[in-house]
Design a protein. Structure first.
Length: 248
């Protein structure tokens, strides 16, 4: 249980779901962990579960200035950084006719623009070796109604994983991505659907998964631990799909 012993890690969007579960896994493996959320009030659940074993930093994932501020806070807390898990994201699903520029920009701001400029701000702080893991989505690899903008933003993350790998590997920084399928997290409750519609959509999606269930946050967190650890030292620019067979 010491695969990350002594490593310093930052997890964006670490107040619930996959981010919080990954923080638990990182801490159990010996890492020092900082987690972010949009505001400090969002950390109530994380504080109950992690207590003083984590550092809690408020940061707007879409705001470029916030990324520079966050990098400064990480420098103050850790000095250098060994692991970055870019987990903060938004999933907004709706028909093409209902999209406007503001909603489009919001999705790309949180899912692509913010992560890019966070990585840029953190590059001087990364140790060698270091690992960046991007939380993409199986939607980047499959076609699904109403998921056009969300899927496009996650496809952009996968492109970043490949191209940043080529650019940063000479500095000892590996970049990889996980692409989860449907996972039991609070994300689905934020889609704006009524309770009956959400239940119906969840059941329909679950029936499309060959494993006939949603994944668990711990199943994603375990994969992130592998990509963050030295065990994956020869894994560069890769996408690890964890979707219960949805993309078969």
């Amino acid at each position: 249980m010491d695969r990350l012993k002594g490593k310093r890690a930052l997890i964006t969007g670490g107040s619930s779901g996959i981010g919080l579960e990954t923080a638990r896994h990182f801490i159990a493996e010996g890492a020092r962990v900082a987690v972010t959320a949009r505001d400090l009030k969002s950390f109530d659940q994380a504080r109950q579960e992690l207590g003083d074993r984590a550092i809690y930093l408020a940061s707007d994932a879409a705001d470029v200035a916030s990324q520079k501020k966050l990098a400064g806070e990480i420098k103050d807390e850790f000095g250098n950084l060994d692991i970055l898990f870019v987990n903060a994201g938004i999933a907004e699903l709706k028909p093409i006719e209902q999209w406007d520029e503001a909603a489009f920009d919001r999705s790309f701001g949180i899912n692509v623009r913010g992560p890019f400029f966070l990585i840029q701000a953190l590059v001087p702080l990364f140790a060698s070796p270091a690992s960046i893991v991007l939380n993409a989505s199986i939607n980047a690899d499959i076609g699904m109604p109403n998921a056009t903008v969300y899927a496009a933003s996650k496809a952009a993350l996968l492109s970043l994983a490949r191209n940043l790998s080529a650019e940063l590997i000479p500095r000892g920084i590996r970049v990889n991505a996980v692409s989860p399928g449907p996972i039991t997290t609070p994300l689905y409750s934020k889609l704006g659907l009524s309770a009956p519609d959400l239940k119906a959509a969840s059941e329909a999606l679950q029936n499309q998964v060959p494993a006939k269930r949603f994944g668990k946050p711990a199943e994603i967190a375990s994969a992130v631990v592998f990509l963050a650890s030295d065990e994956s030292a020869f894994t560069v620019g890769s996408e690890l799909i964890i979707d219960g067979g949805l993309s078969l």
